[in-house]
Write a protein that binds this ligand. Structure first.
Ligand code: NAD
Ligand code: AHE
Ligand code: ZN
Length: 378
């Protein structure tokens, strides 16, 4: 029998800056090239908070947010071959189709196959949403092609990474965004070499994952930067050699402090906050001639970065990264293998294990700087 609509619970973001509302929604069957996934665990990334804050030019309302999760395939649409019901999967906001010019390029992990539709909150096949609120019949937009704050979601096949079944779904959900992004920023985007020096701005999950990546790469000096001193304990535990708080150096740009500490600047820096002023500091704390700064943080609509062009003329490099440069459906299963081989940590990033009902509490914890990753059981 063909898949039928499913009734389940989902968190709906009706308007910016308002708590999400728990609703009963109808999730339509997956169409051609689509997969319906039963979400098992979902985590909250700062990007969800950013979009709910109304700062994302692509943030549509009402929508079902969420993009860091793990689940099990419930049913598949016509023509789907890479996954089948029962498969364990990680929804990937960055798709991989293996056919577009991006996927065929070794220079990028971006994929052009469904991006236009995921940016519009709909599925490619019919440019419609698969979600309706049961009570009101209101259509709800998808978000980032994932919409994981729901018991069931529909994703494009190209956004669905099949993973091994012996991996615990609670831990590996973090590979859907934050941890993969930080590791990949170091390994794929910056390609940090052994003996390098680095500064990491923002010691949330993304920043800590950069630190973990830096330790693996053999960086000899890792400077953690945060304005919240309680983040330093985790920073040091993850492998920082020292931490600095810009608040302790008032009146003096933090880049000056770091340049002085490092005899001219770091080899690599990573901005894991989404603050354009900090992005400037991250660039300018890099060493003349070769220092590279990687932008990971997502800045609000309308914000611009600035620096003197002389900073680049004299050899500093400004780069950015999405999902750490990993080609999602190929690389996520490999990251799961590395977790299973105990080469990378995941559980240490989980500071709160919560229930599906607790999502608004998880947003509060993130805003208060009290959590790394809150993981909710669907
Ligand atoms: P988080 O909220 O857990 O961590 C942010 C950290 O930055 C906090 O520790 C906070 O105290 C610190 N901070 C805030 N303002 C600061 C300042 N002015 N100076 C120094 N530190 C400051 O967030 P997260 O989930 O780790 O995400 C970090 C950023 O990365 C967000 O902007 C998120 O949207 C973005 N992100 C980007 C990608 C990507 O692919 N490019 C992927 C995931 C997340
Ligand atoms: N929609 C925003 C930009 C948001 C953004 O930059 N998203 C990051 C991922 S954040 C994950 O936590 C990203 O990878 N972007 C690349 C892409 O293809 O979306 C805007 O400004 O319009
Ligand atoms: Zn994210």
């Amino acid at each position: 029998a063909p898949p039928q609509p499913i009734e389940c619970r989902a968190w709906v973001a009706y308007e910016p800056k308002k708590p999400l509302k728990l609703e009963t929604v109808i999730v339509n069957p997956p169409q051609k090239g689509e997969v319906r996934v039963k979400i098992c665990y979902m985590a909250l990334c700062h990007t969800d908070a950013y979009t709910l804050g109304g700062l994302d030019p692509e943030g549509l309302f009402p929508s079902i947010l969420g993009h860091e999760a793990s689940g099990i395939v419930e049913s598949v649409g016509e023509g789907v071959t890479s996954v089948k019901p029962g498969d364990h999967v990680i929804p990937c906001y960055q798709a991989f189709c293996d056919a577009c010019k991006f996927c065929l390029s070794r220079k990028t992990n971006l994929c052009g196959s469904v991006r236009q539709w995921t940016g519009n909150g709909v599925m490619k096949n019919d440019s419609q949403s698969r979600f309706t609120v049961k009570e009101t019949g209101k259509k709800i937009y998808h978000f980032m092609g994932t919409s994981t704050f729901a018991e069931y979601t529909v994703v494009h096949e190209v956004s669905c990474a099949k993973i091994r079944e012996d991996a615990d779904l609670e831990s590996v959900c973090l590979l859907g965004c934050g941890v993969s992004t930080g590791l990949g920023a170091v390994w794929n985007t910056a390609k940090v070499e052994s003996g390098a020096t680095a500064a990491v701005f923002g010691l949330g999950t993304v920043g800590l994952a950069c630190i973990e990546g830096l330790v693996h790469a053999g960086a000899k000096r890792i400077i953690g930067v945060d304005i919240d001193a309680k983040k330093f304990e985790a920073g040091m535990k993850w492998g920082c050699t020292e931490c600095v708080n810009p608040m302790d150096h008032e009146g003096r740009p933090i880049q000056e402090v770091i340049v002085e500490m490092t005899d001219g600047g770091v080899d690599y820096s990573f901005e894991c906050i989404g603050n354009v002023e900090v992005m400037r500091s991250a660039l300018e704390c890099c060493h003349k001639g070769w220092g590279e700064s990687i932008i990971i943080g997502v800045a609000a609509s309308g914000q611009m970065i600035q620096t003197r062009p002389f900073q680049l003329v004299t050899g500093r490099v400004w780069k950015g990264t999405a999902f750490g440069g990993f080609k999602s459906r190929v690389d996520v299963p490999k990251l799961v293998d590395r977790y299973m081989n105990k080469e990378i940590k995941l559980r240490d990033y989980i500071t709160h294990q919560m229930q599906f009902e607790d999502l608004n509490k998880a947003f509060d914890l993130l805003h208060e700087g009290k959590c790394l990753r809150a993981v909710l059981k669907a």
